[in-house]
Design a protein around this ligand. Structure first.
Ligand code: SF4
Ligand code: SF4
Length: 396
């Protein structure tokens, strides 16, 4: 059993919940499913019951029974049907650190052997292939071969100033591979001395935290740090906010780290990116891990506005209150239907702005939203911010 999966602060915060339900009002999973059991307030209540039923004294004094296997499984189902978007934490008036609590709760559910079967698949993939999808890790940088004018070295150099850490989604999904292709071309055009890690890049560890498998994390973190060290790099950049956030929160700070939107903004300010006029109206979706997670709100907007001819219109729910695309927290692997329903709400909001494209700074957001748009033939383009810059690079 996993009471030890929680910190003392988390256990104290559990008692601070006033059951005001503000968290439920802004929860994308509740909104899309109309199921109140997916809300933070329901989960807090359930967790309190589970913890009390395990505590010996409570059990003896009040005769609380431990939940049956079925009850625990039902509760666990609500724990994993959450995008870890952090909106509940953002609005909680008591200031409970809900997102960290959801991660601890997932670890507890795994230690209690009450978790979705898909988690075993994620674990096996990571153990056998070092990426979350079970693909051959030697093929991690194969997307370079599909680039126009790919260089002989395939962007894998012995040493470089900057490492571009691509992440599993961009490495393996054809739909998302356009993002590293765009970014590599922009970095090249701007004269940046960069390298990929190729097969030496392993999963950053984010899916392990999200799947309740953090016991596996240390090995992956040490491997990635060693691979970066061997390149002699001063900085690691990420187009994936979840990789960026995992390095930010859980890796020792041996080298500088920046999200691609921050790095590209500096290049643009230094006038190193040769962009041409691009006549477009776009709206911007703040990825949860980049916005609410890392508090990077201004730089992506500044970068978009720096493109000649591009007009930015805001979504009604933007910045701290931006609504998740449905692709976070491993939800797509656990409940693809719920993930798509959340994406539908997001796209409807974007279409309402009248923009030609919804731009984001995350490969998983691009994947989730593009899949929805294609399946439902919605007339709006979905682009990563690197793809928008790449369009301006190639325009004219
Ligand atoms: S917003 Fe915070 S205090 Fe209110 S019900 Fe949700 S978790 Fe509890
Ligand atoms: S993290 Fe997001 S999806 Fe999960 S409970 Fe909180 S608001 Fe809902």
């Amino acid at each position: 059993m996993g009471n030890q999966d929680y910190s003392v602060t988390q256990l104290l915060q559990l008692g601070a919940c006033t059951a005001c339900r503000i968290c439920a009002d802004g929860c994308p999973a509740v909104k899309a499913s109309s199921d109140g059991e997916l809300s933070a307030v329901y989960r807090m209540k359930g967790l309190r019951e589970v913890l009390k039923s395990r505590a010996g004294l409570f059990r003896r004094l009040f005769g609380r029974k431990a939940p049956s296997e079925d009850e625990l499984r039902h509760f666990s189902d609500t724990v994993f049907r959450c995008t870890l978007c952090g909106n509940c934490q953002e609005v909680c008036p008591v200031g409970i650190h809900l997102k960290d609590l959801w991660l601890s709760l997932r670890h507890d559910m795994v230690h209690s052997r009450a978790y979705p079967e898909k988690i075993d698949r994620i674990r096996e993939n990571l153990e056998e292939s070092h990426n979350v999808f079970g693909e051959d890790n030697e093929e991690r940088a194969d997307w370079v071969e599909d680039m126009r004018d790919a260089p002989e070295h395939g962007y894998i150099r012995d040493r470089a100033d900057v490492v571009y850490f691509t992440g599993c989604v961009a490495a393996y999904f054809p739909l998302a591979q356009k993002i590293p292709m765009a970014l590599a071309e922009i970095l090249d055009a701007s004269g940046v001395d960069f390298t990929l890690l190729g097969e030496e890049e392993w999963c950053c560890g984010f899916p392990m935290w999200g799947a309740g498998l953090k016991d596996m994390f240390q090995q992956f973190m040490e491997h990635n740090l060693k691979a970066v060290r061997e390149k002699g790099a001063k900085e690691v950049i990420f187009a994936c906010p979840s990789c960026f956030q995992t390095w930010r929160e859980h890796y020792p700070r041996e080298v500088g780290i920046r999200h691609a939107s921050q790095f590209l903004l500096e290049l643009v300010r230094e006038q190193r990116v040769p962009m041409k006029e691009l006549s477009m109206t776009v709206t911007y979706h703040d990825p949860c891990d980049l916005g609410r997670g890392a508090r990077v709100f201004d730089q992506p907007r500044e970068l978009i506005r720096a493109i000649p001819g591009v007009t930015l219109v805001e979504l009604p729910n933007n910045r701290e209150r931006c609504v998740c695309c449905g692709g976070g927290g491993n939800l797509e692997m656990i409940d693809a239907t719920l993930s798509a329903e959340i994406a539908g709400g997001k796209i409807a909001e974007a279409v309402g702005t009248g923009a030609q494209a919804i731009v984001t700074s995350c490969q998983q957001c691009v994947r989730t939203m593009t899949t929805y748009v294609r399946r439902n033939k919605v007339p709006i383009e979905v682009l990563d911010i690197t793809q928008l810059i790449h369009k301006a690079l190639r325009a004219g």
